[in-house]
Design a protein around this ligand. Structure first.
Ligand code: PGA
Length: 250
C-alpha cells in the first residue's frame, strides 16, 4: 500500500480568538476522518494547542532548542511533547526573516529530534534566477540544517520545499508542478549525498507556497510530493477539506 499523504496546515498567527480556533478545528475534525489515505497535521499558534488536543495530530510552528531555564518567551520541546504535539515546523521562512539563522535552525532541528518530535524542515529560495543559484541555496540550507545530525535520524525529518516567492498573500506566483518535481528530485539527491540513497528514497518531501484547491493535486501527482504544507487555505475548513479530499483520490 502506498504511504499516506501528509497534509499539514500552518495557521501562522491566526485566528484571533480561541473561539474561532475551536470552530475551525471542529469543522476540520468532523470532515477529515473519511479520508483514509491522508495523514493530517494542524499547526495552530501555541496558546490554542491545548484546546485542540484530541483526535487529530498537532504540530507546533516553532520551538526553542533548550529543554528548560531562563529563556523568557520561549517554548521547549518537552513542553510540546507534554501537550501531545507530534510535529514541529523548523526554519520556516517567516521565522528565518525574524532572525532564525542557519545555526539556530540546526539547533532546533536537533532539539526536536532528541525529544521525539518530528521536525518539518522548511527550505526554499527567495527568488529564482537564470543561473540556477537557487539550487545552491537550497542545497546549502539543507547541508547546514542537517550538520552533525546522525544519518539514521535524517530519515525521520520531513522536508518542506517552500519557495519564499510563492508564499502568502503577496506571492509573486505559484510554482508549477513540473518545477516541483525537479526540486523534489534535487532535494533527494542532496539527501542521498548526505545520508545515503536509502534515506533519500524514504524521506518525506512536501511542497508549500500558495497551495489551494485547484493546484494541490498536481503537486502530488506531477510533482510526486509526499504531501503539502498549506498556509492560508488551512484556515478555511471547506477549502482545507477539499484539498484533503483531492489528495485522498490519488
Ligand atoms: P501559504 O503559506 O499557503 O499561505 O502560501 C504556506 C506557508 O507559509 O507554509
Amino acid at each position: 500500500m502506498a504511504a499516506k499523504k501528509l497534509i499539514v496546515g500552518n495557521w501562522k498567527m491566526n485566528p484571533k480568538s480561541r473561539r474561532e480556533a475551536s470552530r475551525i478545528w471542529e469543522k476540520i475534525s468532523k470532515g477529515v476522518s473519511r479520508f483514509k489515505k491522508i495523514n493530517m497535521v494542524v499547526c495552530p499558534p501555541f496558546p490554542f494547542l491545548p484546546l485542540l488536543k484530541g483526535k487529530m495530530q498537532l504540530g507546533a510552528q516553532n520551538i526553542f532548542f533548550e529543554k528548560e531555564g531562563a529563556y523568557t518567551g520561549e517554548v521547549s520541546p518537552p513542553m510540546l511533547k507534554s501537550l501531545g504535539v507530534g510535529y514541529v515546523i523548523v526554519g520556516h521562512s517567516e521565522r528565518r526573516a525574524l532572525g532564525d539563522t542557519e545555526d539556530i535552525v540546526n539547533k532546533k532541528l536537533k532539539a526536536a529530534l532528541s525529544s521525539g518530535l518530528t521536525p518539518i524542515l522548511c527550505v526554499g529560495e527567495r527568488e529564482r534566477d537564470l543561473h540556477s543559484h537557487y539550487l545552491h541555496l537550497v542545497k546549502d540550507q539543507l547541508k547546514s540544517a542537517l550538520k552533525g545530525i546522525q544519518k539514521n535520524k535524517i530519515g525521520k525529518i520531513v522536508i518542506a520545499y517552500e519557495p519564499v516567492w510563492a508564499i502568502g498573500k503577496s506571492a509573486k506566483g505559484v510554482l508549477d508542478a513540473d518545477e516541483a518535481l525537479h526540486m523534489n528530485i534535487f532535494i533527494r539527491k542532496v539527501i542521498s549525498d548526505i545520508a545515503g540513497e536509502g534515506t533519500a528514497r524514504k524521506i518525506k518531501v512536501l511542497y508549500g507556497g500558495s497551495v489551494d484547491v485547484k493546484n494541490s493535486a498536481e503537486f502530488l501527482r506531477v510533482g510526486k510530493m509526499d504531501g503539502l504544507l498549506v498556509g492560508r487555505e488551512s484556515l478555511s475548513p471547506k477549502n482545507f477539506l477539499e484539498i484533503i479530499r483531492n489528495a485522498n483520490t490519488l
